[in-house]
Structure formats: C-alpha cells, structure tokens
Design a protein around this ligand. Structure first.
Ligand code: PA5
Length: 472
C-alpha cells in the first residue's frame, strides 16, 4: 500500500527547509511530521528554543536535574543484554506451558506498559481462541468487587499463573488483589504448585512483596532502584508478562535501542524526533494550549494512549503547571468528541499516531445494486478510507484552530512499539525540564492514599482518621 510522502525538517541558513519525497515504505523508523504545527508556531519560535532545549537535554543526560536518581530508563535499551532477555523468555516459557491465562497484578506504571504493548500486538479477538499464548488479564488495577468476583469465576475454570508487580511492594490495590488471587490459586493447585506459577517483580531488597516472595519461594525479578513505575515497561515489569504472552521482547528492546540512538545528544534538534516533540508541545503550551490529545486511528492503540497519559500526566502535572493529557480513538470518537475538538474552547492541540501499513488486507467489494452508494470505494482497502478520515480530520482541525503533530510508524509491531515507547520517554524527560518541573516524582499521588487509609482506620493513621472524620 502506498503512503503519503513524509516531510522532515532540517535547519539550513537559519531557516527551515522542507525535505519531501521520502517514501514511507522505505522508512524503517518513526517519523515526525510538524507541517501542521507551523501555522500556529512560527519557525523562528521553534529555533529560538534551541538553546533552551540543549540545556534541558544536557541536564537530562548529565544527570544534574531534579529527580536525577530516577534516570535508569535513559540508557536501559543498550544496557539490557540479549542474555537477560533470553533468561526472561526461559522463565516465561515455564509459566506459558501451564497457563491458559496470565493474571498480571499491578497498577499504574506496574501494569499500563504491559497492557499497552500486549493490546497493540495481540489479535483483537484472541480471547475467543482455543489455542495460542496465554490470555493476559489484569487485577489490582482497580478495587472493584464485581470485577474480582467475575475474574475468579473465569479462573475457576481455566489454568492460570500470576505475575505480581509492585515496586514499593506495599501499594494497596495490587496487594489486596494478590492476597485474594494467591488464596484462590493455592486452593486450586496446592501450595507448592502455586509457588511455581507465581513470579514476583519488586524492589531488589525491601517491601512486603519482596519478603513474601522470599518466604513463599516465588521466582523474582528486581525493578531497578533508579527506574520509576511509568518509565519501567522495558524492565522486567513489562518484559516478563509480555514474554509469557508471546510478545517478541527482543524486537521491542531493539526498537528502543534504535530510538535511543536517534535521540542522543549531538543530533540536531530538528532531526531528533524526541527533541522536536518536546519543544513543540512546550511552545504550544506557552502559546495557550492547555490540553494535548493523543489521537490514534488504530483501535489496538487505545491502551498505548493510557500508558502515554500516565507518562505525561504524572511527570508534568505539578506546581500548577503542565499540559493535560487526553486521548481519543478515531474514527470512533469523531462521533462523540469530534464536535468539541472542532469547535469547543481553543485550548487543544493533537498528536496523532498514524500506522502506515496494516497487517491485513480487507478490500471493499463491488455491489451490484449499490443501494448504500459505496461502489465508488469498490476495490479499495479499508485502510485507504481510514487514512482519508485521518487526513480530512487533520485539515478540518487545523481550520478549526487545533495544531496537529503527526507521528508515523511504518507498522504496528514490537520493533516500532519499542521505538515509540523510548521516543515518548525521552521526550518526556526533556519536556519536563523545559517546563521547569521534576519529571520523575509524583508527590500528588500520596494525597488520596492518606485519606483512604484514614477512612479505612489503618493502624498508624489514627490522627488522620480523627481529622478526616470532622470533614465528613
Ligand atoms: O509511576 C508510578 O510510580 C506509579 O504509577 C506506580 O507505578 C504505581 O503507583 C504502582 O506502584 P507500585 O509499583 O509501587 O505498586
């Protein structure tokens, strides 16, 4: 299938030159198209931010900024060895052989990465297949009683294993879910076999989960101290569950390695996709845009947007600052949110992830009666219609005052997802420093926990309990 020409920008004699005629089919990496931002942010404004970008990038790579004890993700792709990946696959094989279902227990950064990648790379209807890799299900990402009951219903009649993930080892939601699931699994297969079917991924030495794993004899993986939850998908947090469910983790990491090289210091800002994205979103924010909408035209990317929302929301939303990260799945949401995006308050811009080639062909048939008047599309691929919906929407939104950044990936596979993941992580670090906040902490997450513990009358929270009861 042919793609639209990709446009890249480079700096020449202090002005931007449009370089076209690079066919998307020939590209083997993510591309960034910023043509539809330039009507809103003049070229000179982007170029003016170059010095600021260089300082932000240097702060990140030199490790001299706020949160510099959480930079382990920066060089992770090149530090993970193929031997380590193979070892993960060996353990994953053990679980796979025994399981129709893999239950991943975790919340936030301890579940969204695996969910995002698994959804993107798994057949839409794999839950209806009788064979194939285990189905990835989740627990501990909510506290829904009905959800847990219905999950247990399914687990009663299917073989399953558990990967329990918690960096702190003390987060209430996954701890609660794991207590219930462990009890169920032991009841079903016995203590010894249950221990064989559980992998715990947690801090290398501390936390309740580490102690539990040690006492119960679970296989364990450590989450590096210097990698925060939302940056952890390329650690065992993402890699172990993905490997159990048959995802090619070697390709995922290889893709991230490619992107790490494309984003490294020394590469011109206009040729470094993460730099350009970080600079543009900050320029748009400063120009009054308050909401960034991540848009996809591929339903399998829904949870990739959820992962992205956490990455940017938790990294940047602090000190009264930061773009609000939102997401839509198109064309579905053009029939719900499209009106607001087109004509609502002009505080939005959108970043579109566009998948150039589809995995499968579906051609629109000719119909003799043509009562639906669709014969003008006969012989065309469905994706052609999707791409025209994307293009038509971008043009309409530009006319409506919504700048549009387009991120193209050649196809939806593990390699390009690895590129996309590292691209967004790297850009997030730079973007956070451009914004002037610490992109690696999350102090605001504690507020609800304190109130919840006070309301639950957790030992140690007696004073908070008294205080909160007065507010009721
Ligand atoms: O990004 C983060 O730090 C959070 O989303 C955590 O991943 C989430 O709160 C779960 O924490 P833990 O892995 O300690 O259970």
């Amino acid at each position: 299938m042919s793609g639209t020409p990709c446009l890249a920008y480079r700096v020449h004699n202090k002005s931007l030159i449009l370089r076209s005629n690079i066919q998307i089919e020939k590209m083997d990496h993510l591309s960034l198209d910023i043509r539809r931002v330039l009507p809103f942010i003049p070229e000179r404004d982007l170029l003016k931010m170059e010095t600021e970008f260089k300082i932000a990038q240097k702060t990140l790579y030199d490790g001299t900024g706020a949160g510099n004890d959480f930079l382990g993700w920066l060089h992770l792709p090149s530090e993970i060895t193929d031997e380590q990946l193979t070892e993960i696959e060996r353990d994953a094989d053990e679980l796979r052989k025994k399981s129709e279902i893999l239950v991943v227990v975790g919340i936030g950064g301890s579940y969204l990465g695996a969910k995002a990648v698994n959804d993107a790379l798994t057949h839409n209807f794999s839950n209806l297949f009788k064979s194939g890799p285990p189905l990835m299900l989740f627990a501990g990402h909510n506290i829904g009683e009905d959800y847990m009951h219905e999950l247990l219903d399914i687990l009663d009649t299917h073989s399953y294993s558990i990967v329990v993930i918690s960096k702190s080892g003390t987060t209430t939601e996954p701890a609660l879910a794991f207590r219930i699931l462990k009890d169920h699994l032991v009841g079903k297969v016995g203590l010894q076999e249950a221990a064989e079917r559980i992998i715990a991924i947690t801090d290398s030495s501390k936390g309740a989960l580490r102690q539990l794993a040690f006492e119960e004899g679970y296989r364990t993986y450590a989450i590096p101290d210097n990698v925060g939850g939302r940056y952890s998908v390329l650690t065992p947090v993402g890699l172990v569950p993905l490997a159990v469910c048959g995802i090619d983790i070697h390709q995922l990491v290889k893709g991230a390695r490619v992107m790490a090289r494309m984003c490294s210091p020394g590469i011109d800002m206009m040729k470094n996709p993460a730099a350009l994205y970080a600079v543009i979103r900050n320029a748009l924010y400063r120009s009054g845009k308050k909401i960034e909408i991540l848009v996809n035209y591929h339903n399998k990317l829904h949870f990739f947007s959820e992962w992205w929302k956490q990455l940017y929301g938790e990294s940047e939303g602090k000190e009264g600052r930061g773009l609000f990260p939102a997401a839509v799945d198109n064309s579905t949401d053009l029939h719900s949110m499209g009106q607001y995006i087109q004509e609502g308050e002009r505080i939005l811009f959108e970043t579109v992830i566009s998948v150039d080639r589809q995995q499968h062909d579906v051609t629109i048939p000719h119909d003799r009666k043509n009562l639906d008047r669709l014969n003008y599309l006969a012989g065309k691929h469905m994706d052609h219609v999707n791409k025209m919906a994307e293009l038509g929407t971008a043009i309409a939104h530009i006319d409506g005052g919504v700048p549009n950044i387009r991120i193209g990936i050649p196809e939806l596979n593990a390699h390009f997802l690895g590129q996309l993941i590292y691209f967004f992580e790297n850009a997030c670090g730079i973007s956070g420093y451009l914004l002037g906040i610490n992109p690696f902490d999350q102090p605001g997450v504690e507020a609800y926990k304190k109130n919840m513990f006070a309301l639950l009358e957790k030992p140690g929270f007696e004073e908070d309990t008294k205080r909160i009861k007065k507010k009721l």
